[in-house]
Design a protein around this ligand. Structure first.
Ligand code: PEP
Ligand code: MN
Length: 535
């Protein structure tokens, strides 16, 4: 059966999970109209570059490090938190690069990771109600009443404060502008030499108190400065000569594409038209725009295609470059890019085969991720891959496994077998966080994760892939380099070289969503990865 016509809005015809209901539809439409006019955050050229780097990851020629917050907050959009997050990813990538001698592809969960899927749409919270007589102190007596309110869905939907839980469309614009400001600061930092590999010790490393980490990292730096071998690999990883060598690195952005209205508004055609040019179908159920192939005039020379080999002509000689250049009219298929981030992924709760999210994802040219966990059937993965990557583009799809340290043995092998039996070339990535969430024993209201579970899931995944003859191409982690005013890292996960204990969690527990590895725990993971990839 032929696939139905796709358009940036064709998802509106499908059932949608984790939907957000806005009361004021006219306000939503106004916001979406504005979003469609705003410029893209990232370009197709950058997106294509990431896709080709991920093809290298899929074939074991590079390693993928993806990490960042579970949910960014608009308040995180400030220079210090951004610098701290960037430093941690850069340091980790350097450690992994040094240990593995593999180029590292860096993708941050940043500049757009605002929306959150929730297991329950509502929650019960305490409200203080003034209901009693005024006491001698002049203060009215109050009582605590439990009320059901909407769950916090992320800063681009509603506010964490219990008074701000109604979805507000204006927050979608807030998401765009906070993403833009964050991305702008990242680009500024990178262009100003923040990632210069000659001075990695400046990357906010001074607050790390662990002498072991200092020692291990100093050894990396010494070796970095000495090792020509390392320099060569690094130069390849950072784009090399064209950009002056070691002064900067590629860093790509990513988020879970949960709010499809927002993603649709930032979906742009490579043929120059923006989503503005198709019918302004901002309400669900309206006619989807028709995707079209357009005639395009271009100058072509076989030898000028960046990746195509120079082919001999019929007479056996190589084409003369001038005689081969000709004007040609060729039909090229229109490509649509999600320009809100380089890489977007489908969450574990929104990957229904016939659902709206899969429909949206199947039409975009970006590299994409799909979360896979214990509830995913092996045959379902194959059907998903066929739907979202019909052209079998290598590295287009990253399968982000999030099984849990105690379940990965049970589920990953069958998933690998199912994909191996197809002609899909995927990136296998281990999300070592989402199958390993537990409640704190000292304060059950706090969620935590044990460092040992994170490491166990990664090392088990590597071993399973080795046995199957496939490659674990990368990791996906929730982490942050953020520190408090006194310079202490967050305390949300247990263990690691800092030996954080359950009772330490409340010391600097800051997340409103899932617990993140802190700066030191992030470096611990990087050193362990470097060791495993070397062996
Ligand atoms: C996440 O990555 O923050 C998330 C919600 O993951 P999952 O969809 O795997 O539960
Ligand atoms: Mn999370």
């Amino acid at each position: 059966m032929a696939a139905q016509e796709w358009s940036p809005s064709s998802w509106r015809e499908k059932p949608i999970a984790q939907d957000v209901i806005y009361e004021d539809k006219a306000h939503l439409d106004k916001v979406l109209t504005k979003l469609r006019r705003l410029p893209p955050l990232v370009s197709p050229v950058e997106i294509d570059r990431l896709r080709s780097q991920l093809a290298d990851v899929a074939t074991g020629k590079a390693f993928l490090l993806q990490g960042g917050d579970c949910a960014e907050l608009f308040d995180d959009c400030s220079s210090d938190p951004i610098e701290h997050k960037l430093s941690l990813i850069l340091l980790m990538s350097l450690i992994i690069l040094h240990g593995s001698r593999l180029p590292v592809v860096r993708i941050a969960r940043i500049a757009g990771q605002y929306a959150k899927p929730r297991s329950k749409p509502t929650e019960m919270v305490d409200f203080e109600i003034p209901n009693g007589p005024v006491g001698e102190d002049g203060v009215q007596k109050t009582k605590i009443e439990k009320r059901e309110i909407l769950s916090f869905r992320g800063d681009n939907v509603n506010g964490y404060d219990k008074e701000e839980r109604n979805p507000d469309p204006e927050r979608l614009l807030g998401a765009y502008f906070h993403s833009t400001a964050t991305l702008n600061y990242i680009r500024t930092l990178l262009l100003s030499g923040f990632a210069d590999l000659h001075k990695p010790l400046d990357w906010s490393f001074s607050h790390v108190r662990s002498p072991e980490i200092h020692k291990a990292f100093s050894a990396v730096i010494e070796s970095l400065q000495d090792s020509l071998d390392f320099m060569k690999v690094a130069t390849g990883a950072v784009g090399g000569g064209e950009r002056g060598g070691m002064e900067t690195v590629d860093l790509f952005t990513s988020h879970e594409a949960l709010l499809l209205e927002y993603e649709e508004a930032l979906t742009r055609s490579d043929q120059g038209s923006t989503s503005r040019s198709f019918s302004p179908s901002t309400s669900r159920g309206s006619t989807p725009a028709v995707s079209r192939s357009v005639s395009q005039v271009r100058i072509s020379s076989e030898s000028t295609y960046p990746h195509s080999p120079v082919r001999p002509s019929k007479s056996g000689s190589l084409h003369n470059s001038f005689s081969d250049i000709r004007l040609e009219t060729k039909k090229t298929k229109e490509k649509w890019y999600n320009t809100s981030a380089h890489f977007i992924w489908i969450g574990d709760r929104t990957r229904q085969l016939d659902g709206a999210h899969v429909e949206y994802f199947r039409g975009i040219a970006n590299p994409i991720g799909i979360k896979t966990g214990p509830s995913m059937k092996p045959e379902e993965i194959v059907r998903l891959l066929d739907i979202v990557n019909p052209d079998r583009i290598p590295g287009k799809v990253t399968l982000i496994g999030r099984y849990g340290a105690d379940k990965v043995d049970q589920f990953l092998p069958a998933h690998i077998d199912a994909v191996k039996a197809t002609d899909h070339v995927v990136v296998w990535q281990c999300d070592a966080m989402h199958g390993n969430t537990k409640s704190s024993q000292t304060d059950p209201s706090l969620k935590t994760r044990h460092f040992v579970d994170v490491i166990t899931e990664i090392t088990k995944s590597m071993a399973i892939h080795r046995e199957k003859g496939t490659i674990l191409g990368g990791v996906h982690l929730e982490l942050t380099g953020e520190v408090n005013e006194e310079g202490y890292s967050v305390t949300e996960c247990i263990g690691g070289s800092m030996e954080l204990e359950d009772k330490d969690l409340s010391f600097n527990y800051r997340t409103h969503c899932d617990p993140r590895l802190n700066f030191e725990q992030g470096l611990d993971v990087a050193f362990l990865l470097a060791d495993h990839l070397r062996s």
